[in-house]
Design a binder for this molecule. Structure first.
Ligand code: COA
Length: 338
């Protein structure tokens, strides 16, 4: 017994921030951002709204897609918590009318969707839950310095969700084996230094003394880029081997959307033709844990992903952390994510 994908949904907050919008306050250009990242626009959470609100909307759509009103557990992957404590998932479960089901958050930045799928698969395989609503949701723009041209163009807000149920390995939608990995020696390449126990326990350091930029994301783009291509390529190969698929068996490569050049480079490394590379970063930017479910939803919606297609999923992010898996796409309805 293992997890079988049986529903999917996504949600983007309505506020669109174009590259030209960013140019009004940052020393950058539409040409630079498009050429270096592939991003044309991204979404921004409304003032006063948070990850919870995005998660609830995506969760509703995934439950509708699965034609379910109940699940045994809600798992939320995010790196942009509403508050340091408590977890967001119990409130999301409550707002979805799911009563007192098991609910918790997990954090693995941009690889959160892969780590979360593996965790949900484990809950199902061990009999803890027969069905799980798994949401990746991020209001990450709230953690990015609007005056930093290195990071402000890259990230966007949004949420994507899937419903998993107990099933058999040969069913369409059954999750394949997982390849997961991490490299904590490179933890500082992408980090938000302030707000956690390390900064709070620093002797004599009051909140007023924390340099402003430490409240925001700090990112070393170049080394991350190299790591992303290397780690996603190697991890994808291991997941394909586990599934006993050749590269030519893959119909669609759904890689985390951090930079269009990263997923294109991974495809090149693997020997996959570029037409098999799924892309929606142009309209959403990097939405961390929400990236892969939003992309899957878009691909089904535009007819690029059909029931029976063989899909390779791979993600890489802060930690460093990465993960990959495979699945044969099931016949699930989707709603357009506007
Ligand atoms: N607009 C214009 N110029 C910019 C800019 C912007 N928004 N951001 C950086 N630049 C400049 C730099 O200052 C630098 O100028 P210099 O050559 O005069 O020093 C030049 O562009 C090149 O900067 P660099 O950071 O080397 O660019 P890059 O080609 O590596 O692209 C990223 C930057 C961030 C797009 C790219 O490194 C990347 O995508 N990295 C991975 C990030 C990632 O995956 N993060 C999340 C992990 S999931």
């Amino acid at each position: 017994m293992l997890g079988v994908l049986t529903g999917i949904g996504g949600y983007l907050p309505p506020t669109v921030v174009t590259n030209d919008d960013l140019c009004s306050t940052l020393d950058t250009s539409d040409e630079w951002i498009v050429a270096r990242t592939g991003i044309r626009e991204r979404r921004k959470v409304a003032d006063g709204a948070s990850t919870r609100d995005l998660a609830v909307e995506a969760g509703k759509r995934a439950l509708r897609s699965a034609e379910r009103t109940t699940v045994d557990a809600v798992v939320l992957a995010t790196t942009s918590f509403d508050r340091l404590c408590p977890a967001v998932a119990p409130e999301v479960a409550h707002l979805l009318g799911l009563d007192t089901v098991a609910a918790f958050d997990l954090t693995s930045a941009c690889s959160g969707f892969l780590y979360g799928l593996a965790t949900c698969n484990g809950l199902i395989a061990t009999g803890v839950a027969d069905s799980v609503l798994f949401i990746g949701a991020e209001a990450f723009t709230t953690l990015v310095d609007p005056d930093d041209r290195n990071t402000a163009p890259i990230f966007g807000d949004g949420a994507g969700a899937v419903v998993l149920r107990r099933g058999e390995p040969e069913e369409p939608g059954a999750l394949g084996g997982f390849d997961l990995g991490s490299d904590g020696a490179r933890a500082d390449l992408l980090a938000i230094p302030a707000g956690g126990s390390r900064q709070r326990s620093a002797v004599g350091l009051g909140f007023a003394e924390v340099p402003t930029n430490e409240w925001y994301l700090q990112m070393a783009g170049r080394p991350l880029y190299t790591q992303a291509v290397e780690r996603m390529s190697a991890s994808s190969r291991r997941a394909l081997k586990d599934a006993d698929w050749a590269v030519a068996d893959v119909d669609l490569f759904v890689g985390h959307q951090a930079n269009v050049r990263i997923v294109q480079a991974v495809a090149e490394e693997l020997g996959l033709p570029q037409e098999k590379v799924a892309v929606n970063i142009d309209r959403v930017g990097n939405t961390l844990a929400a990236s892969i479910p939003l992309l899957l939803n878009d691909c089904v919606d535009r007819g690029q992903l059909r029931a029976g297609d063989r899909v390779l999923l791979s993600a890489f992010g802060a930690g460093l952390s990465w993960g990959s898996t495979t699945l044969v796409w099931p016949d699930v309805p989707v709603e357009t994510v506007h």
